[in-house]
Design a protein around this ligand. Structure first.
Ligand code: CP
Length: 309
């Protein structure tokens, strides 16, 4: 399989065999990601890290991945300190990054911005999250986490919980889990239900997701609980946010009804939707999930701009 020069904008750009290949390849990167082994297959390569929206994990793990492969990183995390502040267009910013680097990683608040960036860049562009659109590398690391913990993706009973309307990670993940034939339950407040087009995509792939607001009942026979934050920044109306924030909290009392091997995932950052008392239980996988972003992103960088291992 050849990913050299490929843009990574949406999980839908990949076939299932391609996803399997990336997940297998990511496994080979784990020891390097931990710093237990050393490689420099991207020595001399430069990655542009263009973050027009806040990030901790995606930005740092891409930077870590590039460094672990021997490459270098340029970029910004505060567009207010770039010439965007003087009115420069996104197109011209991308043209500059294209001429300064071998690959562009971009996070932007507007859906479609990463796809637009590909029109102005010769080098590969990786979407690190575009508004309420797609977050393909998060989706891949989530699949990698489920595969690593459960040994398979197909057949797992998965709850996607929280902000299913605006949450880009759950949109990508619902599609990808359907590709693998996972059993899906969508749990959210009524006003934050999964968009109809995402539900239809799942159905087109042969999965019949159940939609409910009852978490306590749904959690009993679940293998994977994927929790998301209610994203204040995506709400057009603060009143609407106030009505739904705090609807669901995962705590040890709720988990008394869960399977012993239930894993809890969260793309993070979390607010009050997971009580910190859960962090020390065997269910809590979210910090390991965040680490998995490093081997997964090392795999993507290596496959798109470097020689394979
Ligand atoms: N999961 C994720 O995208 O986290 P950040 O917003 O911190 O990058």
């Amino acid at each position: 399989m050849n990913f050299k020069g490929k843009d990574i904008i949406s999980i839908k750009d990949f076939s299932k065999p391609e996803i399997n290949y990336i997940l297998d390849y990511s496994k080979k990167m784990v020891d390097f990601a931990k710093g237990e082994k050393y490689i420099d297959i991207l020595k001399g390569k430069v990655m542009s890290s263009l973050f027009f929206e806040p990030s901790t994990r995606t930005m740092l793990s891409f930077g870590c991945a590039m460094n672990r492969l021997g490459g270098r990183v340029i970029g910004f995390s505060d567009p207010g300190k770039t010439s965007q502040k003087k009115g420069e267009s996104l197109a011209d910013t991308i043209r500059m990054a294209d001429s300064y680097s071998d690959l562009i990683v971009i996070r932007h608040p507007q859906e479609g911005a990463a796809r637009l960036a590909t029109e102005f860049a010769e080098v590969p562009v990786i979407n690190a999250g575009d508004g309420a659109g797609q977050h393909p590398t998060q989706c891949l690391l989530d699949l990698f986490t489920i595969l690593t913990e459960k040994k398979k993706i197909e057949g797992n009973k998965v709850i996607l919980l929280g902000d299913l309307k605006y949450g880009r990670t759950v949109h990508s993940l619902a599609y990808a889990l359907s590709l693998y034939g996972a059993e899906l339950t969508f749990v959210s407040p009524k006003s934050l239900e999964m968009p109809r087009e995402v539900v239809d995509e799942c159905k087109d792939l042969g999965v019949k997701p159940v939609s409910t607001s009852n978490l306590e009942k749904s959690i009993r026979d679940t293998d994977v609980l994927y929790v998301t934050r209610i994203q204040k920044e995506r709400f057009p109306d603060a009143e609407e946010y106030n009505k739904v924030v705090g609807t669901y909290t995962i705590d040890n009392k709720l988990l008394q009804n869960a399977k012993k091997d239930l894993i809890i995932m969260h793309p993070l950052p979390r607010l009050a939707e997971i009580n910190p008392e859960v962090d020390t239980t065997p269910h809590a996988l979210y910090f390991k999930e965040a680490f998995n972003g490093v081997p997964l992103r090392m795999a993507l960088l290596s496959l798109t701009i470097g020689g394979e291992l």
